[in-house]
Design a protein around this ligand. Structure first.
Ligand code: AMP
Ligand code: MG
Length: 389
């Protein structure tokens, strides 16, 4: 059986990013930037005041200053500041010629047309032209996931047509005769299809397109029909269930029938051991375990990085290191185990978790911790890694 690290390498081997397309910067949130962005202007574009106050000459700070002009933001100053003169200036307004200092309002006393400086400012309070960015400076790098603060940069440098990678299309199939859709009340021996909807949401959270195909019966025929359709229309196909050792677990067999070359069908990991992965030309296919917690974790560990690589990003989950708040023990250490945890007062605590069907254990978790193969316990206070989910 391969390790999760080997499985990760196999999944990401030779992955090429999808084609690029242009979208308006206002629609680019969550997409992956496909080129470096350079500024077409200097920032700030002129010397501007960082404070509301009085622009004057530093050498005159000890004298009463005559106010010769008011400069709101957006106005070009008309006068030159001479000896013992100042302009009442607002934040963001251009510094008038002759001035080298802005005294903030709080440090002044005004009487009629004259300003007295009560205390000299500690710095010039001027943001100088091009001190942040010069023309041609790279302001954003190819491969970032676009967030609100990047959209501000697009706006500031006039980059309104954003080059991004196409969103991968992900086909989702739940398998199992016992499944009913969530709006139906399960009869005895039935359960609701929670995986399908969890996967749709996980796919959307990555910024990809989720195509829900539906529930496949536990027959090779129905599974084959749905897999063939899904492979035709998508970049990645995800199935859940039907990958264990039961008499009605047909997924690996059907994938091969549909032309998928299976790369692995078991990983030394808990939960998620029977996770299956294969490729058909440029399409990728995962048979994820049926249990919702296993499906969630294997998506996070393997599918999510693949989706991001297709979108042109080297995916790195946020990983933090903190001490365990309690001792953690296990009897069998032959697989790497992942367990949901919460972070409280700077320490990590496993959430009460009865196994891979315990769906709401995940709901309260802040992240997933893991214990490596061969390790039976984590001591209280031992530093461990938590992967943010
Ligand atoms: P399987 O691998 O098909 O044997 O499924 C393993 C377990 O996961 C069984 O208890 C299934 O009932 C359950 N399961 C399978 N698919 C789903 C699903 N879509 N939603 C919730 N539970 C599921
Ligand atoms: Mg099943």
């Amino acid at each position: 059986m391969i390790t999760i690290e080997q499985a990760y390498k196999i999944v990401l081997q030779d992955v090429k990013s999808l084609e690029t397309e242009k979208v308006s910067f206002t629609d680019s949130l969550g997409r992956i930037l496909a080129e470096d962005v350079k500024s077409d202007i200097e920032m700030p574009p002129f010397d501007k005041s960082a404070m509301d106050g009085y622009a004057c000459r530093k050498e005159d700070l000890g004298n009463p200053l005559e106010i010769i002009e008011v400069i709101p933001a957006g106005k070009t100053p008309e006068k030159i500041i001479g000896k013992n003169q100042c302009a009442n200036i607002m934040t963001g307004a251009p510094i008038p010629e002759g001035a080298d200092t802005v005294v903030q309002v709080e440090l002044t006393e005004v009487a009629g047309n004259s300003v007295k400086v009560l205390e000299a400012p500690k710095k010039s309070n001027i943001s100088y032209r091009a001190e942040d960015v010069e023309v041609g400076t790279k302001v954003l790098s190819k491969g970032i996931k676009i967030e609100a603060q990047h959209i501000a940069v697009f706006a500031a440098v006039g980059y309104t047509d954003v080059l991004v990678y196409r969103k991968p299309k992900i086909g989702i199939i739940s398998t199992g005769d016992e499944l009913v859709e969530p709006q139906n009340k399960p009869a005895l021996s039935q359960i609701r299809n929670s995986n399908g909807y969890q996967l749709i949401a996980q796919v959307k959270a990555c910024g990809a397109i989720a195509n829900y195909i539906g529930i496949a019966d536990d027959t090779p025929e129905d599974t084959f029909d749905k897999v063939s359709k899904a492979l035709n229309e998508n970049d990645i196909v995800l199935l859940t269930g039907g990958v264990s050792m039961g008499s009605f677990d047909f997924v690996p067999q059907v994938l091969e029938q549909a032309g998928v070359k299976i790369e692995f069908d078991a990983i030394a990991v808990k939960p998620g051991k029977p996770t299956t992965f294969g490729k058909a030309d440029d399409k990728y296919c995962f048979g994820l375990p049926g249990n919702p917690v296993s499906s969630f974790m294997q998506f996070d560990l393997l599918v999510k990085p693949l989706i991001y690589h297709l979108m042109g990003q080297e995916y790195e989950p946020l990983d933090i290191r903190m001490p365990m708040g309690v001792e953690y023990k296990r009897r069998n250490a032959d697989r790497r185990a992942y367990f949901p945890v919460i972070i409280r007062d700077g320490e990590i605590f496993p959430v009460d978790y009865h196994g891979s069907a315990h769906i709401h254990a995940l709901s309260s978790a802040h992240g997933i911790a893991s214990i490596e193969i061969g390790k039976g316990e984590i001591k209280k206070g031992e530093m461990i890694h938590v992967r943010q989910i």
